[in-house]
Design a binder for this molecule. Structure first.
Ligand SMILES: Nc1ncnc2c1ncn2[C@@H]1O[C@H](COP(=O)(O)OP(=O)(O)O)[C@@H](O)[C@H]1O
Ligand SMILES: [Mg+2]
Length: 287
């Protein structure tokens, strides 16, 4: 009987995640039985699935403990619950920084202006976020601190970073790793408009184009990925990973985000991507 792969999504993800139909078709072509399911669908028999792959569980941010509880209950989940627990909170950036990797300079829970970076504009965001909701770019330190205080008052961890202006012209480089190997990369345009404040309706999949990363970007991304097993306490590289890099003021790549939970794979922008995903799933099953 065909092995069963569950691509795990959410109510909204099932309707609009553009990666899902492409991934499902490629896996079906390779002979797998494919189920497109919601993580919170109580009728799914997870024990009957050979591999459950988290894809677009976009509602996890406001149901985090429930989501992680579910992840802990699924026998063969990728990425596994240990990785999800670590990666669903951007405090993982601290671990990577301690491991010596260049990450976007971040002040955690800033409370007074003395802690603000010297840079002109700042970005404030919550450490657990569902897309760029509750994220804003501020020119004024008072506005940035007020936004951070609001997040703290809601029981969240606030992050303050310098606004890296290179995203305006060079963009952000999103590099996809499948089965531990580099697969493809996409350039993302800037998302936070000047003076715009907090907005809940930004579309992080708007301005995308295939790109070829530089040698320096490839090297840093690989270092970030290689650091994961030891930091998280798992044995092998994550099945899927997206590493988002931006250039700092000196033009060096720094890590903005390491997405090991539910990264968009940008399959519509990457003709070879779905095939690489299939091979990564096959390798995972033959472990
Ligand atoms: N320090 C920063 N400098 C410039 N742009 C930023 C910065 N932090 C976030 N952004 C913008 O906001 C977007 C969302 O932030 P990100 O840290 O990737 O969180 P998430 O993708 O989880 O919402 C980024 O893709 C980028 O366009
Ligand atoms: Mg991001």
């Amino acid at each position: 009987m065909a092995e069963r792969i569950a691509l795990v999504s959410s109510e909204r993800g099932l309707r609009v995640d553009p990666d899902l139909p492409i991934a499902a078709a490629a896996l079906a072509d390779a002979g797998f039985g494919v189920d497109l399911v919601r993580w919170d669908d109580e009728t799914v028999d997870w024990a009957a699935v050979d591999l459950a792959v988290v894809r677009s569980c976009w509602d996890y941010a406001w149901r985090l403990e429930e989501f992680l509880g579910w992840a802990g209950s699924v026998p063969r989940l990728r990425n596994p619950v240990e990785v999800l627990r670590w990666n669903t909170d951007k405090t993982y950036l601290r671990d990577l920084e301690r491991a010596g990797l260049p990450v976007v300079p971040t002040v955690w829970d800033p409370t007074d202006a003395g802690e603000l970076p010297d840079a002109g504009e700042g970005v404030v965001k919550p450490s657990v976020s569902a897309g760029p909701r509750d994220t804003a770019r501020w020119a004024d330190a008072g506005d940035a601190l007020a936004h951070a205080a609001q997040l703290r008052a809601a029981g969240r961890t606030a992050m303050l970073q310098p606004y890296l202006a290179s995203v305006d012209d060079e963009g952000e480089t999103a590099m996809l790793f499948l089965g531990g190997r580099f697969s493809h990369a996409v350039r993302k345009g800037p998302l936070l408009g000047r003076g715009e404040g907090v907005r809940q309706d930004r579309d992080s999949r708007g301005d995308l184009a295939p790109t070829t990363p530089t040698a320096a970007q490839r090297e840093l991304a690989q270092q970030v990925l290689d650091a994961v097993p030891e930091l998280v306490g798992v044995e092998s590289a994550p099945l899927y990973a997206r590493i988002d890099l931006v250039g700092d003021a000196a033009g060096r790549p720094v890590l903005l985000e390491l997405e090991l939970t539910e990264p968009s794979l940008f399959l519509p922008q990457a003709p070879g991507g779905a095939g690489t995903l299939v091979r990564a799933v096959e390798a995972e099953l033959s472990r």
